[in-house]
Design a protein around this ligand. Structure first.
Ligand SMILES: Nc1nc2c(ncn2[C@@H]2O[C@H](COP(=O)(O)OP(=O)(O)OP(=O)(O)O)[C@@H](O)[C@H]2O)c(=O)[nH]1
Ligand SMILES: [Mg+2]
Length: 319
């Protein structure tokens, strides 16, 4: 156990890869190790990169890795594989796109499947970020498809949240509706070689100008990039550094404690859910509720309400 932890702390790739697998399977060893690593975390700068499928996130990540490595920074990458069949094979795509960094000991890349079991994925992400942090990675890039819940969670996880859109789509407007643009501190219009890049950038700037909120001090820049040609990528890296400095000036503890709080609530949610499922099973309640749900005799909210009522009644009876 101690040897294992030491190996991870030294940045040993094989030990880290094994730990990531244990985290995937949510084993007791994973839990204990991540717990022990905690006091070695809190130094990495976490960058979340979200955007619709195919906007060029992985290509941007690949280019950013090069920029950071040239500056001598070590890099960790977590790419969350979208389950959507439309983007099937993304893991393979990511591997190919980031292949050139595979043999660089200063870079650790991990793709993880978004398996969709409740609470599971986000828990894994928090733990994996902790592992990369403890390994001493200076910068951690987390790529996820920016639709719905995932993107919102990234905002809690990341110090710097980047939204990637492409020209000529309503992505920016949809993102604003979904509350994603709300938390983005850098906007990227990638595929700037396509028609309408200036227009899209102007649209997003207009949306941002309307935005009110707590982030008044930081003006989110809207940057145009062509990831495939590396155009605009150094400027994007520069914007990331500027935001990191901004956070530092603000007292970076804010961003860090946001992540810690989110991680705590995430763990709590998962533990309570596990406990709830176990108790409902024991009470033979789960099966009947799910059956009623499937026959549409009850709606999901009422089912949850009934389940919660059962659990609370059990608890009271016990105490
Ligand atoms: N024309 C053009 N194509 C690009 C650019 N950047 C990336 N692409 C292409 O867009 C496609 C998708 O790129 P990815 O980097 O895999 O996009 P992604 O957002 O990571 O995709 P998912 O992870 O599947 O959501 C690839 O064929 C890239 O070569 C760009 O600046 N211009
Ligand atoms: Mg990708």
């Amino acid at each position: 156990m101690e040897e294992f932890i030491d190996a991870v702390l030294k940045g040993d790739v094989r030990a880290a890869a094994r730990l990531m697998r244990e985290i995937d399977d949510q084993t007791p060893l994973a839990r204990e190790t991540v717990r022990a690593l905690f006091r070695h975390t809190g130094n990495a700068h976490v960058v979340g990169i979200t955007g619709a499928p195919g906007t060029g996130k992985s290509t941007l990540v690949d280019r950013l890795i090069t920029v950071f490595r040239e500056k001598g920074m070590t890099v960790g990458v977590l790419a969350v594989d979208p389950t959507s069949p439309a983007t099937g094979g993304a893991i393979l795509g990511d591997r190919i796109r980031m292949q050139r960094h595979a043999t660089d000991p200063g870079v650790f890349i991990r793709s993880l499947a978004s398996r969709g079991h409740v609470g599971g994925l986000s828990r894994s992400i928090y733990d994996m970020v902790s592992v990369l942090d403890a390994m001493g990675k200076a910068i951690i890039l987390v790529e996820t498809v920016g639709v719905g819940q995932d993107a919102v969670e990234i905002a809690d996880l990341a110090d710097t949240h980047i939204l990637v859109v492409v020209p000529g789509t309503a992505d920016g407007i949809q993102a604003l509706k979904a509350g994603i643009l709300e938390s983005a501190v850098i906007c990227v219009v990638n595929k700037a070689d396509l028609e309408g890049a200036d227009r899209t950038a102007a649209d997003i700037n207009a949306l941002l100008a309307m935005r009110t909120g707590p982030q008044k001090g930081w003006q989110p820049p809207v940057l145009k990039t062509q990831a495939t040609k590396n155009t605009g990528v150094p400027a994007l890296a520069e914007a990331i550094f500027q935001h990191a400095n901004y956070l530092k000036r603000q007292g970076k503890e804010n961003a860090r404690s946001k992540r810690l709080r989110a991680s705590f609530f995430n763990a709590l949610q998962q533990m309570l859910l596990e406990e709830a499922v176990e108790r409902l099973n024991r009470e033979k309640k789960l099966e009947s509720l799910l059956a009623a749900l499937e026959k549409r005799r009850i709606d999901p909210f009422s089912a949850a309400q009934e389940a919660a009522a059962t659990l609370l009644a059990v608890k009271k009876g016990e105490s």
